[in-house]
Design a protein around this ligand. Sequence first.
Ligand SMILES: [Zn+2]
Length: 298
Amino acid sequence: MNTHSLGYAVHVSDPVPISVTDPLPNGEARTFQPISTTLVLGARDAVLIDPPFTTGQIEEVVAWVAAAGKNITAVVATHGHGDHWFGDNAFAQRFDAPVVATAGTIAVMHGNVEARPFAWDRLWPGQIPDAPVTAVTVPEDTLSLEGHDLHLIEVGHTDTERTSVVHVPDLGLVVAGDALYNGAHMYIGESAGGGLAAWRDAIRTVEALAPRSIVAGHKNRDLDDDAGRVIEETRRYLDDAEAALQECASATEFFQTMIDRHPDLPYGKTLLWVGAKILYALREPGADPVAAAVGGWF
Ligand SMILES: [Zn+2]
């Protein structure tokens, strides 16, 4: 049956502070990104996508999901970065639903678990629940919600490897994870060596789905989800980053250039700085990729 139309709702978790107290090069304090969580809503059932990762955020979002009053049929992770899925098991248990992801996302999840002691648990000590990988794939990467399809579509490299988006054709909706950003500086720290070109390909894949609405994994809650604007602004940010990477001789200069070019973005400056530090560290002869990646944060 496919008679009742779907809806969606978004909760944006506020940026959490991180354990590193050194200010950013512009003097501002370090915080993480806001994190978007989406419910795709049927009449009775709903699918939950990308719940947040610290115990405080999880508590708040559990209450939000419970208040929607729906039967949760799946908890979906769009990509392997822990901020979008370390909370998944808490929601799966509370709402008795499986955790679902693509094969690529599941592979990257394992890497994020291995990285916890070196990064995640140092940045948020004691604040992230135990998070074994429990996600499973589903046939054709497709979920059914009261007769409507939700397609998990692998889009390749975006802000990490092997990412996916959730396409809900009957809503004209793409829940984009970090393939698209909306009102926040972007994390390009994993985009050395052609990553930005791959990211543009991913955006083209999303654009070809002709969505009306895009929920970005990191968004300013005061902005709408207009797909055309979100795509255009994400592309422009990547273009600006690529140009600045050519022009700027240091991470600090790159950071300040991006801040100056995007005075309208209140969020994500810590991620901008982390990405800049990583990419400029990798320019050094003999740079160790793991040391560069961890060093970006600390
Ligand atoms: Zn991410």
